[in-house]
Unconditional design. Sequence first.
Length: 216
Amino acid sequence: MVDMNQLQAMFGGTFDPVHYGHLKPVEALANQIGLSRVIIMPNNVPPHRPQPEATSQQRKTMVELAIADKPLFTLDERELRRDAPSYTAQTLLEWREEQGPQRSLAFIIGQDSLLTFPGWHHADTILNHCHLIVCRRPGYPLTMEQEAHQQWLESHLTTDAEMLHTLPAGKIYLAETPWFNISATLIRERLEKGERCDDLLPAPVLAYIKEQGLYR
Ligand code: ATP
């Protein structure tokens, strides 16, 4: 019998700031397929890339506030602690080495990230370390622009969530999570214009943003 509580997932991003478009699809996903825990891992943004408006410490604090009452989630600071650019493939390799070869591990991304995924550093190795679970996000297609990438996607796809629990890695699962038309960009723009964001992110995170004078 499959133990439906052994699958762990990591969820990376800039989280500038963390919002309901991150949290709610993943909570729904956890209920749908059975996830024992979701590790939120804010990125260290390399110096040559556009920097987040909030500092690493502020992005970390916002995630802590967002998940304080949600036992499903934990925070992983390993990429924030690194001075060097954080490559997801490297982090997932390290995580696999920590967890051993048998454990089922997954990396969660939104639909927009699936489209850019083939261009990620050492993307071809990532499915050796974990599964990829894709949450729905409005405004992005579910097919890849290049034929080779579409073939890659189809060769790894499964519609059977049980396979995520029985195999350690290697599958891509398109989850039927609810759609949330929310982005951190939208929140930053609204806050800059002095518009309300109460329905877009948790109240303690919004209170912290105001207290710190962020995104004005
Ligand atoms: P920004 O607007 O600053 O680019 P963002 O809102 O896209 O930020 P990120 O921190 O870049 O947030 O995203 C982290 C992960 O969460 C990515 O895999 C992204 O695809 C996913 N994600 C973000 N917003 C949503 C959403 N509304 N629905 C589903 N997935 C999302």
